[in-house]
Design a protein. Sequence first.
Length: 465
Amino acid sequence: MKNTSALLILGMAAACGSAAAQRPNIVLVLADDWGFPNAAAYGDKAARMPNFERVVSQGMLFTQAYCSAPSSSPSRAAILTGNYPHALGEAANLWARFPADLQVYPSLLEQQGYVIGLEGKGWAPGEFKTGHWPHNPAGWEHDDLAKYIDEVPADKPICFWFGSHYPHRPYDDGIGAANGFDPAAIEVSPNMPDAAAVRGDLADYYYYCYLYDKRAGEILQALERNGRLKNTIFVMTGDNGYPFPRAKANLYDEGSHIPLAIMWPGVIGKPSVYTGFVNLLDLAPTFCEAAGVKPLKPMQGRSLVAVLQGKEKASARPAIYLERERHANVRAGNVGYPSRAVKTSDFIYIRNLRPDRWPAGDPKYQSSLAPFGDCDNGPAKKFMVENKAAYPELFDRAFGKRPAEELYDLHNDPAQQHNLATDPAFGATLQKLRAMVDKWMKETGDPRVDPSCDIFDTYYYVGNI
């Protein structure tokens, strides 16, 4: 009887071990400030990112992927928790503290036997130790995940987060051109002047995108070397739009629309493209479902497993919702510029909840990023500020105050430059999108449902500026 019991236990253990071995590895390779459409797969001929193109050629390319908030800390908090930033308390802000009670997918997977690891920028910038987290919410920190892959036992599934610091500023001036990125061959956004300073700045940005991609390739090679890649969900994306005027820290497409490609050998049968709306907060429930892990609390994101399996051809979402709270400390009283938005296939509607404030930061507020400190310093910004008289409309769109409501026709105005919110011809559209934002805010527990609520401005700011 004892021998029979022992054999039964051994058999069950072997079966469990086999099941654990079949659970997919999960590797997220996250860029810092990489925006859409800066990859060859999206038609950008200036981009040079061969490893992203490899993932596209063996996986699924997403054409309508968005971050939850166009700012590092809240975007990353949404990725980790599967929830909208406004549902995460202090974590809705940049340079915040990460609350102790938030549920994050790496911890959920670790509790079910996954080995979790982080290299580079995880949830950041901010402070997580005050929440008694034993490590960054993205995982246990390592100097080199590519090498650490060799050390993890073959029967242990891994959940790794590689957070590149590229292409975040600052850039070495001229490094892009010096490495073969021709400023003359780059397409300049209609929201910036077509000037040599801007083109040179963009060339430098493309070079740092290339460096991000290069490191992604090293991690891919490590997974291949260990035989793990054939059972790995490998994700390449960015946390928010690129660090240029009217982009990062803004709800327009250049701030919130991001590249996304996912490889999952054996599940994504052939290269494919998904054109439905995707929010990066969908990654957490996707990873949990793929790993067979049930979250302790419901997540507001939607699992993409059915999409990756090819079972969902059309978008499950008629729209995507976006938001922002406090970015940097660049206004009197350290207040933010709260906004909410909804984007459909035809329009984007933006509600600026405190239109009396400067969206890019007070022009006279003293900080290391002044003036307009919610826009990262660089040659493009410098050129636009110094030459505002020559480009008054571009300058005002990037740095001037904005009305309480904005509405843009995405078909006729893809750069989102001509506000239709006061045009009577679009009154019905405006009313419909207003109602959609109201409903979303209410259903997702947004404190801003109360127009007088400014709780996000009261949260502690841990940064220096």
